[in-house]
Design a protein around this ligand. Structure first.
Ligand SMILES: Cc1ncc(COP(=O)(O)O)c(C=O)c1O
Length: 398
């Protein structure tokens, strides 16, 4: 290796220089070291439906998907994705030309940005944002322009004037996420209609991350952006099987969009993974055909878990925002006399035996997110009850 690197030059290329080790690695290590309950990372501690797991086993045994599947994804899965969009939302997509299977939503996001964004293009994203957005914009050479969701009563709200003002002559794309990680906000019909009108008026592309589409509670409703007037032709809709079917390790995601957009995104995707998850694609095709009762059951289960965690956090003295969607609760630590979420989360494992994520790490304007902390509730009910018990105990003794 001698002579291959200059000591004056960092190994990591400058586009990624600001992205060090993620907070998740630090917090998960802390959870292990302290024996804490890890409500940091958002993955379920129970696998999804047995019949879906069995479908994957069958595919493996039958030799379906053990070799490279077709580049756009297996036809069975593309057909199932198109049928899902039609059945749920009345959106018609041609499985042959308007659906692309990806290695999770994460690859769909990366490929969309790499394919559609030129250096110098601005990408508007709602802040706080899922951490891969910033890295994918950076890899594409784009400039991210955050628009901050701010607390308004018990939810985080998008300031529509701020969004309109963020659009410039260099704006290429709106990168939207609803239901929204980490705040648990679900954009309303009015907010989505405003975004759609703005995109049409300013001729912007829209990439919409809808991985939590089935995780909406109470009165909240998920409405895909592609259903609004003028949006189908400019929108790349992204979702994945991880959250909906509780198999986050399978990394089966997808894009639905016009043939032109799908072909463009595929140009980048083919050089990232080309293809992935062969046997799991067959299993997800079967999962997407599960009856409505599956989706209702998933929602009911998660709603009950949300309520256990939210009640525990409230009793422990935190101020809890309403989660309308996703499996995260965001809480404000200021009622505890604290204001620095990063310090709070670093101390929480020792203090209470619970790990959470400081929301500030998902902001460019870190001060806007400083007092907020995110807890995941996609865990067994007894785990959440124990976490709530520990938090209350720590609050009482603190
Ligand atoms: C908003 C959002 N988008 C995308 C993903 C990643 O999805 P996948 O596991 O399918 O890559 C996550 C996972 O946490 C997420 O929260």
């Amino acid at each position: 290796m001698a002579g291959m690197t200059s000591s004056a030059r960092p190994l990591l290329n400058r586009r990624l220089a600001e992205f060090g080790t993620t907070i998740f690695a630090e917090m998960s290590a802390l959870a292990l070291r302290t024996g804490s309950i890890n409500l940091g990372q958002g993955f379920p501690d129970t696998d999804g439906p047995e019949e879906v797991r069995e479908a994957a086993v069958r595919a493996l045994r039958d030799g379906r998907g053990n070799q490279y599947p077709p580049g756009p994804g297996i036809p069975e899965l593309r057909t199932a994705i198109a049928a899902h969009q039609q059945r749920r939302y009345g959106l018609a997509y041609d499985p042959d030309t308007e659906v692309l299977v990806t290695a999770g939503a994460t690859e769909a996001i990366a490929a969309s940005l790499l394919a559609l964004v030129e250096p110098g293009d601005e990408v508007i994203a709602l802040e706080p944002y899922y951490d891969s957005y910033a890295a994918s914009v950076a890899l594409a050479g784009g400039t991210r322009v955050p628009v901050t969701l701010r607390p308004d009563g018990n939810r985080f709200r998008l300031d529509l004037d701020e969004l309109r003002d963020a659009v410039t002559g260099r704006t290429r794309m709106l990168l939207i996420n609803s239901p929204h990680n980490p705040t648990g906000t679900v954009l309303t019909r009015e907010e989505l209609a405003f975004i759609a009108e703005l995109a049409v008026e300013r001729d912007l592309l829209v990439v919409t991350d809808e991985v939590y589409e089935h995780l909406v509670f109470d009165e909240a409703e998920h409405i895909p952006l592609a259903t609004f007037p003028g949006m189908r032709e400019r929108t790349v809709t992204i979702s994945s099987a991880g959250k909906t079917f509780s198999f986050t390790g399978w990394k089966v995601g997808w894009v639905t969009a016009t043939p032109e957009l799908v072909t463009t995104v595929r140009s980048a995707k083919q050089y990232l993974t080309y293809v992935s998850a062969g046997p799991f694609q067959y299993a997800v095709a079967e999962a997407l055909a599960l009856p409505d009762s599956y989706y209702t059951g998933l929602r009911d289960d998660l709603r009950a878990k949300r309520d256990v965690l939210a009640a525990g956090l409230t009793e422990a003295g935190l101020s809890v925002f309403h989660t309308a969607g996703t499996y995260f609760v965001t809480a404000d630590i200021r009622p505890l006399g604290e204001s620095d979420g990063v310090a709070f989360c670093r101390a929480l494992p020792e203090r209470a035996g619970v790990v959470a994520i400081p929301t500030a790490v998902f902001y460019d304007h870190q001060e806007a997110g400083a007092p907020f902390v995110r807890f995941a509730f996609c865990k067994k009910k007894e785990v959440l009850e124990e976490a709530a018990h520990r938090l209350k105990g720590a609050a009482a003794s603190g």
